[in-house]
Design a protein around this ligand. Structure first.
Ligand SMILES: [Zn+2]
Length: 286
């Protein structure tokens, strides 16, 4: 009887799935708007590997102070709805714990803006200008396709001035609907120092047709920040800038109607709202 009892108990233990990894998986917010960033956090023993699949994209979890973290970009044009997050956490013994979470994406209606600009600025026709634009676009696509090691740590707002134009604003230029605003504009006076939104490596400091004097930082793991319309910048390609380090000064170079900072954030090839990203990560730290 005793033998049978022991046998049943050991069989039961063999059949019960043992927790392979110690920790807890959570989303900073179960609801995210289109254009936002979902923050998936693993709190517990740092896994040796973690991966999540969202919106046909595979995103890796990276070790951090509390365990591991993944940033998931929500495209501006992603329809509202429920999206499954499916993935797995693997511990140092190679044991895998699969997981599945539900992410609700809600629709945030962005304002609309009508602008009148000189026609040559809106629709360039000069072949030399068109060649320059396509060359610069290819250069940026190649840069944003890179996946370096994670450098980002603390996040800060690059300037303290108020927002003058939000990310995703629908724009009508000279009566024609155009691509939504690709970043956030801050109404900072000319000459204001611009601070790196997080630690990153300078991958570009150049004069571009649309964005004028432009600095791009690679924060690693597919996260980039682009600072546009600068009056000047002293940083050099390859240089590592700490979070809060100065990348340049506010100006009005390129296609701009007055001094301001335009900040674009790219995450895994997707443009996301810089302010929502900063809010999501600052909220995580507190
Ligand atoms: Zn802008």
């Amino acid at each position: 009887m005793l033998r049978n009892g022991l046998f049943s108990l050991s069989l039961l233990l063999l059949l019960l799935p043992l927790p392979a990894v110690c920790g807890e998986l959570s989303l900073a917010s179960l609801e995210v708007v289109n254009g936002g960033t979902a923050v998936l956090r693993w709190t517990g023993t740092t896994p040796s590997f973690g991966v999540v699949r969202f919106n046909e994209q595979v995103v890796y979890l990276y070790p951090d102070r509390a365990g591991a973290i993944a940033l998931l970009p929500i495209p501006l044009d992603l329809p509202a709805g429920h999206y499954p997050l499916q993935g797995a956490i693997v511990n140092e013994r190679g044991e895998t714990t699969p997981f599945s979470l539900d992410l609700a994406v809600t629709h945030l209606e962005r304002p609309q803006e009508r602008l009148t600009l000189p026609e040559e600025m809106v629709t360039p026709r000069d072949p030399a200008v068109l060649a320059r634009i396509s060359r610069e676009r290819a250069q940026l696509d190649e840069l944003f396709g890179q996946r370096g090691l994670r450098l980002w740590d603390d996040f800060i707002r690059p300037v303290s001035e108020r927002i003058s134009s939000v990310f995703g604003k629908r724009r009508i230029l000279n009566g024609q609907p155009r691509a939504p605003h690709s970043g956030t504009d801050f109404r900072s006076p000319a000459g204001t120092p611009i601070h790196a939104m997080s630690t990153g490596r300078v991958v570009l400091n150049d004069d571009l047709f649309y964005t004028g004097r432009t600095v791009i930082l690679d924060h690693g793991e597919g996260l980039f920040s682009l600072y546009a319309h600068l009056s000047s910048s002293q940083v050099k390609a390859g240089e590592l800038i700490d979070s809060g380090g100065v990348v340049g000064k506010v100006g009005s170079s390129g296609r701009s109607t007055g001094p301001h900072l335009h900040l674009t954030v790219r995450l895994l090839g997707v443009r996301v709202d810089p302010v929502l990203l900063l809010e999501a990560l600052q909220a995580q730290d507190s």
